[in-house]
Design a protein around this ligand. Sequence first.
Ligand code: FES
Length: 414
Amino acid sequence: MVSIPFRLSRKIKERCLDCSFCKNHLSCPGIERCIGCGICIDACPHEARVLDEILVERRLVKIKVDGESFEVPERITVLRALELLGFRVSRFPREGDLSAPCRTGGCWACAIILDGKLKRSCITPIHDGMSIETKRADVERLEPLRIVSSFQGHPSGGVGTPYWIKPKGLVSRYIEVACFAHGCILRCPTCQNWDITYSSRRAPLTPNQAAEIMTHERLRWGVNRMAISGGECTLNRRWLVEYIMKLRELNRNEHARFHVDTNAVIMAPDYIDELIEVGMTDIGPDVKGLKLETFMRISGLKDKELSGRLLQTEWRAVKYLIDEYYEKVFIGIGIPYNPKLISLDEIYLIGEKISSWAPDIQVCALDYRPEFRRKDIRRPSYSEMAQVKDILQEAGLRHVVCQTVKGLIGPGKV
Ligand code: FES
């Protein structure tokens, strides 16, 4: 037996509205068999779960890691067991011994070989006699997996869709097909796709399977543009690179466009190079503020050091894309707006920063709506968004579009 602090989920009864999201959409062994992975804490829209750290006695179980025998406490995740054994776990791809960016079971970037099969280390419980293989060369012999869903025709496109093909006002017609990757490194309280982001129960797809479904949808909707969004689609680098490659193989058509919508917070320059090399043609980095406190408010992250690094990576990705790929790939930058989340002064500073690099680049101001955990905020009005547009134009940007209650506006005068 061993006595160390264990994390256990607890339900706050007064907050729970019995929406059953945790029961129906999470890969969870149930609160009575809690392994402290924390996915229910991040996923609950009503914040009705907390993770208590308590001292309890636990039995030790025997496991093998890369052929070596160890003993670890039972009822913890494989990821936690590896951390206790000294493995360095990173949030960033190809960093440390293991990368685990979402930790809610959606991205499969943390998958390693457990009892001979590729499984997610962040949510799989340890068991007596378990065999764990972590070596990257062994893991990469297997096809990568990721949960991707909601393949569908899209009438408005994303941040990285050129404004001139987007329908104006409330007009609606399909311009691309999109799919959504589960799992995100951020915890945005206004997440619009939270039910996709945090859902972890679906069967994962290989890049080939996802590319085949996407191609089928493209033909069904009669469009040339294929977009991937999320959650955050860049978290599982090997999966995304292979997916774009397969998609390109299946759509050898000179008009085909391969579009990635991303928060860009883990997109190092070499990752951007790799995606462009395999065929990405359009990208929509969606920045979450300029100041650290704004980034933390919008992203919902509490860790200052991690937030600082993600914010820096995001802006460095935008600059790198402009410096190296402006007019070679289509770049559209997303800017968030809601008066409860970001000030108009900061919006001006964002506009000024981007216009100093590329005044003609497309930017799209997004009206952040009441969603997920911030149902208390109100959607910005049409005139507020028109003001945001004016401010970005005053800051020197010449191609500003705005998402509003009356549909898309801009560029040019309102
Ligand atoms: S980190 Fe485990 S699934 Fe994303």
